[in-house]
Design a protein around this ligand. Structure first.
Ligand code: HEM
Length: 428
């Protein structure tokens, strides 16, 4: 098996996780910096990024944050939501004004009792019959996406396969008409672009673009909700806004922010896992051969390893609600902590040979979906299923698919994104 190394080119004092330039460094150098932080300064304080120069609409910087980089600390924080909450200022680095939290964050930035209520309604809407329908649609969409590309022998894997696949599943699940798919994709790209110039052209105010994209999606969902009230259909949107067994339902505004959350938390993440997998298989053909030789037997461990390897969500924030001690460090009410899942997923205290991509890794207690706690990813099961199905279909229909260039990465400290990845395969 191939061992991927890390490069420690930065000294501790040169590491600044708030500087976008850090995130533009090659992957091995970033890993080297996190390796150093885990061993030398596992709870470093960093100043907040100042986005006000890029946009007058940006929230002002606050008091900075501690970067939690060890698996054990992130597990501890995630399971104590009373001490480390999600609702104060949202789960972003900068405190968002409450109206922005409503639009963009939804349940992920709430605490109990509101969080429990939202999670209850959403979980009830995902009843076994609906899950079965979603699972059938995963297979159908995977076949459709691959059929569209199969004759060409080459493509941009991200824009042709990895991006449309989860997007079409989420849109179909919600009952969004196909004519809106490309609009939804554009808005979702803008919201998670972190200002990347490919999605937000130079000279455009990134926060204004972000708000506009959120409003477009909100408008789309409010229109859909109105239609479903008048004419209920057998889809998730109807289930979410009509009363369920507990007599509870989402308001139209809650539905819209849930949809924005699904697109951000559920769509981009799955897309990037699938893209990182192609790059990993190209760099580690032995691992690909193992899964290809036994698609069912290796699927469960391979899918988890892909999520660990990709760590598509780099961090989430929590805010300290009362003075607390964590691994011997004193934290104070109001302090912000960022949970760096990417670093937890390479923690050598937990993973043997963490820089080895190993499709049979077991156990694999990665934190790609967050750690156990009230906010653990609601879509983990769905995401795993999507990754499994798309790779099974690709192995069946385009078995020699390989990346032909380096991934073009998203310039972001939040989403470990791949924007483009060229690939080649024998036309089918
Ligand atoms: C590989 C794909 C995915 C990854 C890596 C991922 C990762 C995450 C992470 C890190 C969190 C936050 C956990 C925390 O704060 O403790 C989260 C929450 C969430 N995810 Fe996912 N996710 C993925 C796919 C999905 C999918 C497919 C959906 C839905 C269709 C989804 C819906 C959600 C929701 C609704 C939340 C908020 C849960 C809450 O606050 O109670 N995710 N996800």
């Amino acid at each position: 098996m191939t061992v991927v190394g890390v490069k420690s080119v930065l000294a501790l004092d040169e590491i600044d996780l708030s500087d976008l330039a850090f995130w533009e460094r090659p992957w091995a150098e970033r890993e080297g910096a996190f390796h150093l932080l885990r061993h030398e300064r596992p709870m470093t304080w960093f100043a907040d990024p100042d986005l006000t120069e890029a946009s007058p609409l940006a929230p002002p910087p606050g008091n900075g944050y501690r970067a939690l980089v060890r698996h054990a600390d992130i597990v501890e924080v995630s399971r104590n939501p009373e001490t480390y909450c999600s609702g104060q200022g949202a789960v972003s680095i900068l405190d968002l004004p409450p109206e922005m939290v409503e639009y963009f964050a939804g349940m992920i930035s709430t605490d109990n009792p509101r969080h429990a209520r939202l999670r209850r309604i959403v979980s009830a809407a995902f009843n076994p019959r609906r899950i079965k329908a979603i699972e059938d649609s995963i297979e159908e969409v995977a076949q459709r996406v691959v059929t569209r590309t199969a004759p060409f022998g080459e493509c941009d894997f991200v824009t042709e396969i990895a991006a449309p696949f989860p997007l079409e599943i989420i849109c179909t699940m919600m009952g969004i008409p196909p004519s809106e798919f490309s609009n939804v994709l554009r808005c979702s790209n803008v919201i998670l672009s972190n200002g990347d110039p490919e999605y937000i052209p130079e000279g455009t105010d990134p926060v204004a673009a972000f708000l506009l994209a959120g409003q477009e999606l909100t408008q789309l969902m409010e229109t859909l909700a109105d239609q479903r009230i008048r004419e209920p259909l057998d889809d998730l949107t109807t289930a979410l806004i009509t009363t369920n067994i507990d007599g509870e339902a989402l308001t139209h505004a809650e539905l819209a922010s849930f949809f924005v959350l699904l697109l951000t938390a559920g769509n981009e993440t799955t897309r990037n896992s699938i893209s990182h997998a192609l790059w990993a298989f190209t760099e580690h053909p032995d691992q690909r051969a193992l899964w290809q030789a036994d698609p069912t037997g290796v699927a469960t461990t391979a899918v988890d390893e892909i999520v660990r390897w990709a760590s598509p969500v780099i961090w989430m924030r929590r805010t300290v609600t009362e003075d607390a001690e964590l691994s011997g460090e004193q934290l104070h009410a109001g302090d912000k902590v960022l949970l760096f899942y990417n670093s937890a997923n390479r923690d050598e205290e937990v993973f043997s040979e963490p820089y080895r991509f190993d499709v049979r890794r077991s156990p694999n207690p990665h934190l790609g979906f967050g750690a156990a706690g009230p906010h653990f990813c609601l879509g983990a099961h769905l995401a795993k299923r999507e990754i499994d199905v798309i790779w099974r279909v690709l192995f069946e229909r385009l078995p020699d698919i390989t990346a032909t260039g380096e991934p073009e990465r998203l310039r972001s400290n939040f989403i470990n994104g791949i924007k483009h990845l060229s690939c080649r395969f024998s036309p089918a």
